[in-house]
Design a protein around this ligand. Structure first.
Ligand SMILES: [Zn+2]
Length: 236
C-alpha cells in the first residue's frame, strides 16, 4: 500500500479543482468498501480535502490499548483473548474519539460499522452521521490488483506486477532480495476476505440506502480518477 500512499499524499491528484482545508463544511461520513478497493487511500484524500480526521477503529483500538485508558483496557482484553470487541464497547470507543476537538468539522469513520448489528447500535447512540460513502470495485479487479502486489522478503519494499515493475523480475531494486506475494494477497485469501465483506458488510448499503444516506462512487483504474468520482458523488 506504500506505493499508493505516496501518490495519495501528493496534492497533484486533485487537479485544478483542489480545495484543500476547506473551512466551514461539516462532513460526518462513513466509508465502506471491499478490502483492496482503495478505501484507505480515498479516506486520506477526503481527510485532506475536508480537513477532518479519518477515524480508523482498528487504529484507535490499538492506540487506546497502548495509551491504557479504561476503554482501551476493556477493548484490549477482548482482543487479547482473540474475541471480537462487543458493539457497545466499540460505540463507546468511537464516541470517545469523536468527542475530541479535531472532529468538530466532522470525521471519516473507517472500519465501523462492519455489520447490521453495529449499524443499529450506532443508530441508538448519539453519534450523528450525514453520509455513507461506498466505493464499488469488482471482485475480479481487486483480486488482480492485490494479487499483483509484491513485497521484498528482505527490506519490505513494495512493487506491483503491472503498476510498479521491478527492474529485474522477482528481484528487489533496493537490496537485491527476493520478491514474493504476501500471504494476505494470495487469491484464496483475498476471495475469503471478499466473501466476508459481501456477507457481513455489504448489507449495510441497503440499510443506509433506505435511510437516504447512501452515496455510491464507482472506483476507477487510477487513484485520482476515483478521487474525482468520490468528490462528485459527495456534491463537491
Ligand atoms: Zn529489498
Amino acid at each position: 500500500m506504500e506505493f499508493y500512499q505516496q501518490f495519495a499524499n501528493s496534492t497533484k491528484l486533485w487537479g485544478k479543482d483542489c480545495k484543500f482545508e476547506r473551512i466551514g463544511v461539516v462532513m460526518k461520513l462513513i466509508i465502506l468498501a471491499a478490502p483492496g478497493a482503495g478505501k484507505g487511500t480515498q479516506a486520506e484524500l477526503l481527510s485532506k480535502h475536508f480537513n477532518i480526521p479519518t477515524i480508523s477503529t482498528g487504529a484507535i483500538l490499538r492506540k487506546n490499548i497502548s495509551d491504557g485508558p479504561r476503554l482501551g483496557e476493556i477493548a484490549g482484553k477482548y482482543i487479547n483473548d482473540g474475541k471480537f470487541v462487543p458493539d457497545e464497547v466499540m460505540i463507546e470507543v468511537v464516541s470517545d474519539r469523536l468527542s475530541k476537538d479535531d472532529c468538530k468539522n466532522g470525521f471519516i469513520l473507517d472500519g465501523f460499522p462492519r455489520n447490521i448489528a453495529q449499524a443499529e447500535a450506532l443508530d441508538k447512540s448519539d453519534i450523528e452521521i450525514d453520509v455513507v460513502l461506498t466505493i464499488e470495485v469488482a471482485d475480479e479487479t481487486i483480486i488482480e490488483r492485490l494479487g499483483g502486489r509484491l513485497e521484498c522478503k528482505n527490506c519490505g519494499s513494495t512493487y506491483h506486477k503491472v503498476h510498479r515493475i521491478p527492474k529485474v523480475e522477482g528481484v528487489c531494486d533496493n537490496c537485491g532480495g527476493n520478491l514474493v506475494t504476501r500471504a494476505d494477497d494470495k487469491p484464496e485469501t483475498v476471495k475469503e476476505r471478499l466473501n466476508t465483506y459481501h456477507s457481513q458488510t455489504e448489507p449495510l448499503k441497503k440499510y443506509y440506502e433506505e435511510k437516504g444516506m447512501l452515496k455510491i462512487a464507482y472506483g476507477k483504474e487510477n487513484i485520482s480518477d476515483t478521487a474525482n468520482e468520490v468528490l462528485k458523488v459527495l456534491g463537491e
